[in-house]
Design a protein around this ligand. Structure first.
Ligand SMILES: Nc1ncnc2c1ncn2[C@@H]1O[C@H](COP(=O)(O)OP(=O)(O)OP(=O)(O)O)[C@@H](O)[C@H]1O
Ligand SMILES: [Mg+2]
Length: 487
């Protein structure tokens, strides 16, 4: 049996391919000797993405398609019949400890004809003939890769930095309120101790004292359930209480009336106090009750402030996931709420926040902190698009039986048709220099698609832009260390 004759190209034929047009005669002769012509029928696969890259292809005739598999779907990258285009083992010139693999799948659309070189020959030729260019290319390749990771790390730090600045601001208000309320409270408690001495000096008999204590309990309850009054209702009620106090010769009614009203006390109730303790003890009793209400309201204020502080701290923990396993089973709503809390200070007052959560969604295994980064980037873009006013909608739901979705919607001007294909590119931004890095969507895409095997869909028209993140309910494949932690 004889091998089919190997078909070669002549140096002159090779010179007509743009890749080789500037080579000298010796170089062309060497290529002609080492390369061969190969043919494939229409519809066949020329090479598969991920397989070891053993061959370098230059298209001579016919049409080919390049595609890449993204989350189980073949995405067409390029389709061409341009003579001279090349593909396959294009990186064979780079030194690498592991074999290079094909980055795409090439399919022949029609019958095709290639000039081919083995990866080994191609690599050696490039290294020997273009040593300087080779170094430059290698530099560009590795440089891009490291600068890209550096930039994303930096972006994450910047994001965390601006969030912690926002958080500090958010924490400041309740903390200051709690400090102020505590110092007023100390004052009131001291006042109560003094009043207690007066009440206890024997002027009030046992029955009346018991009545006073009962009224005090009632005052505490009233303070806890005092209705919210409008400004007008408040000033009317205060005027009435003040008049009552004046009529009963209690000095400083203007000072006590606001606290009594805030504590839900009205004139009828004061009449009951007068009936219970007697006119001669009324002054001391009313002051005592005012202190009671006042301390109750202050304690409520402290309670509210401290609760707000601890919920902010909890949100910061949930957001950063610093004390948690990176891969764990989470409720996406917990992540969304934490992210919103963290971003609160950055969202202008004129933007209405709407949450449409489908609470029946199952918990999913995920890289929680990274997903928070995604929500942050998308919300950030939505806010930037809307400016001072608009509606930010966060919606969750079932995509299909395999996936859930989280949608961030805004009422901004939308994404112009002509830039739509570019928004996920790294460094693509329409923001002024220094404001946007253009990495927000690139990072989000990588987290959702590469890390979670999900997808991001964009639907945009003026006044209604939606970024929909679709995540598989079964989660991404487990990292090597096993099961996701419960979190
Ligand atoms: N909700 C949106 N409405 C309108 N345009 C948007 C929206 N989201 C993104 N874009 C467009 O996509 C571009 C890229 O967004 P991306 O988040 O990647 O970068 P950036 O926001 O410009 O900068 P960075 O996020 O790094 O600060 C934006 O500059 C903007 O033009
Ligand atoms: Mg952005």
């Amino acid at each position: 049996m004889t091998e089919p004759a190997v078909e070669r190209l002549t140096p002159d034929e090779l010179r007509t391919l743009f890749l080789f047009e500037s080579l000298n005669d010796d170089q062309l002769a060497l290529l002609a000797e080492n390369g061969r012509v190969e043919r494939r029928p229409g519809g066949s696969i020329v090479y598969h993405e991920g397989e070891e890259a053993t061959c370098f292809f230059v298209l001579l005739s016919g049409e080919v398609e390049l595609s890449r598999r993204v989350h189980g779907v073949d995405v067409q990258i390029n389709r061409t019949s341009q003579r001279g285009v090349y593909g396959g083992a294009t990186q064979a010139y780079m030194e690498s400890p592991t074999p290079h693999t094909y980055m795409y799948t090439m399919r022949a659309i029609t019958d095709v004809e290639f000039f081919t070189l083995t990866a080994e020959t191609f690599g050696t030729i490039v290294r020997e003939w273009f040593p300087m260019a080779m170094h430059l290319l290698e530099g560009v390749f590795y440089g891009m890769r490291t600068s890209q990771t550096r930039v994303s790390e930096r972006e994450r730090l910047v994001a965390l930095g601006s969030l912690s600045a926002g958080l500090t601001h958010e924490l400041n208000n309740p903390a200051a309120a709690a400090v102020r309320a505590t110092s007023v409270l100390r004052d009131r408690v001291a006042g109560m101790r003094r009043k207690l001495a007066m009440i206890a000096d024997g002027r009030l008999d046992g029955t009346r004292l018991r009545h006073l204590v009962e009224l005090q309990e009632e005052a505490v309850k009233r303070a806890a359930s005092a209705p919210e009054l409008t400004a007008l209702e408040t000033s009317d009620a205060e005027a009435a209480v003040e008049d009552w106090l004046d009529d009963h010769d209690i000095v400083g009614g203007w000072d006590m009336a606001p606290a009594l009203v805030a504590g839900g006390i009205d004139v009828e109730w004061l009449d009951r106090v007068a009936g219970a303790v007697g006119e001669e003890n009324l002054d001391a009793a009313v002051r005592w009750l005012t202190y009671t209400i006042d301390t109750e309201l202050l304690m409520r204020e402290i309670d509210d402030s401290v609760t707000r502080i601890s919920s902010l701290v909890a949100a910061a923990k949930q957001y950063s996931q610093l004390d948690r396993a990176p891969y764990q089973t989470v409720d996406v709503h917990d992540l969304l709420v934490a992210t919103l809390t963290m971003l609160q200070g950055k969202i202008p007052k004129g933007i209405t926040k709407v949450k449409e959560f489908d609470r029946s969604l199952p918990r999913i295994p995920a890289y929680a902190a990274e997903l928070n980064q995604v929500w942050t980037n998308l919300i950030d873009n939505a806010i930037a698009a809307m400016g001072e006013t608009g509606t930010l909608t966060i919606r969750t739901g079932r995509e299909d039986d395999r996936c859930l979705f989280v949608e961030i919607g805004d009422t901004g001007p939308g994404i112009p048709e002509e830039i739509r294909p570019r928004i996920f590119e790294p460094f693509f931004t329409t923001k002024p220099v220094g404001e946007g890095t253009g990495l927000g969507l690139d990072i989000s895409y990588r987290i959702v698609v590469n890390r979670h095997h999900g997808s991001i869909k964009v639907d945009s028209r003026p006044g209604d832009t939606r970024f929909r993140v679709i995540l598989p309910i079964d989660g991404p494949p487990r990292p090597d260390n096993g099961d996701p932690a419960e979190g």
